[in-house]
Design a protein around this ligand. Structure first.
Ligand code: PLP
Length: 376
């Protein structure tokens, strides 16, 4: 059994994907081929945003967004304590200070209450200037933008939506990656929309940001690559990856529809024995992960062991709060506790989740989880 079944997906769409790849190879337009523009237009239309700027990966996308806003030393950037490392790493890469914020106990996304506390803490106890909040659409569910945007407005923060896991999700028919002043996503193979290597994209409605981002991703180019007006990066999406993504975007919504059926089945079978994921009423998750919480860390270890013995893959996203990562130790912002994150890190467990998970497999997985909990 696969945690995320990319093999079945490929077999099902093999002809169209093979043809798209072969076309790039025979055209030999490996960098900035026409497929890159075509993909950017398709992605912007899909998300409902004016500009899409593709780039090398999701981590670069976060860094490029912060660079476009001139975020650097002396700036505080608020980041959820429960997320993938990149969300905080990009902040340190530009020299700013990540300030880690606790999460909501039901959605595992950044807590609006904790965010406001953290902003006031920084204002009262440091010389840092609050500039940006990075909201993460964790496990596929958009963050609570209605409440986060109120706080961002009140304290004049820019919102950077990290939609690396959220692409394809929505709030009231508005797609993820349309909620931040700038939003980013990742095309790492296991993400909701994955390519066949590394890739990323940035979204914005703001023409000025878009111009700067297009310059930054190609060595800070001016009129061309050999006229350099700022220090940038070399972070482009390969034409091959763009060609694969053009094909995969066509069936993304159908895959997400299937994932939602799988998630409903999981929740139905597991809700009596474990804490199942809460999706807010007006939101659709793209189900990058289906994550339950067990009663104790010992119970989680037992469930994982039973799954392993049954040859069922499972994973812990994430075992460590961001502020406990060694890399952030000397930047740890003293005095801000994140008790919900600490608790969830000890209890969370992600189960196989993809559009091709059979009814039988779903039942087998749930049977193992239920019996492991019952005999623990
Ligand atoms: C995967 C991920 C990223 C980074 O994307 P890459 O393409 O791997 O660089 C950033 N943020 C979150 C929340 C992610 O899950």
């Amino acid at each position: 059994m696969e945690f995320r079944d990319l093999k079945q997906q490929y077999q099902l769409h093999k002809n169209q994907i093979d043809n798209a790849i072969l076309r790039v190879v025979s055209d030999t337009n490996f960098i900035s081929g026409r497929q890159v523009n075509e993909l950017e237009e398709n992605l912007a239309k899909y998300v409902g945003i004016k500009h899409c700027i593709t780039c090398g990966n999701g981590t670069d996308a976060l860094q490029l967004a912060l660079m476009a806003w001139n975020i650097g030393p002396g700036d505080a950037v608020f980041v959820p304590d429960f997320t993938f490392f990149s969300s905080g790493e990009a902040v340190s890469l530009v020299g700013a200070t990540p300030v880690f914020v606790d999460i909501d106990e039901n959605t595992y996304n950044i807590s609006a209450v904790s965010l406001e506390n953290a902003i006031n803490h920084v204002k009262n106890n440091s010389d840092l200037i609050p500039r940006v909040v990075i909201t993460v659409d964790l496990f596929g569910q958009p963050a609570d933008y209605e409440r986060i945007n109120l706080i961002a407005d009140k304290y004049h923060l820019l919102v950077l939506e990290d939609g690396a896991q959220g692409f394809g999700g929505s709030i009231d028919n508005r797609k993820a990656c349309s909620f931040g002043d700038i939003a980013i996503t990742s095309f790492f193979p296991a993400k909701p929309l994955g390519c066949y290597g590394d890739g990323g994209a940035i979204f914005t409605d703001n023409d000025e940001y878009a111009d700067i981002l297009r310059s930054l991703r190609v060595h800070g180019k001016g009129s061309d690559k050999y006229d350099n007006v700022r220090i940038g990066m070399n972070s482009r999406l390969d034409t091959l990856q763009a060609a694969v993504l053009i094909e995969k975007l066509k069936f993304l919504d159908e895959e997400i529809r299937q994932c939602n059926i799988v998630a409903a089945e999981y929740t139905n079978r597991l809700k009596e024995v474990a804490k199942t994921p809460a999706v807010l009423h007006n939101m659709i998750s793209s189900w990058a992960q289906y994550t339950i919480c067990l009663k104790s860390t010992e119970q989680r270890a037992h469930v994982m062991q039973c799954l392993k013995e049954a040859a069922i893959p499972s994973a812990v996203y994430y075992r460590k709060p961001m502020q406990c990562q060694e890399a952030f130790n000397n930047r740890k912002y003293e005095g801000l506790m994140c008790p919900t994150t600490e608790s969830v890190c000890g209890l969370c467990l992600s189960l196989p989740m993809h559009a091709y998970l059979s009814k039988e497999a779903q039942k087998d997985i749930c049977d193992v989880v239920v019996s492991a909990i019952e005999d623990n």
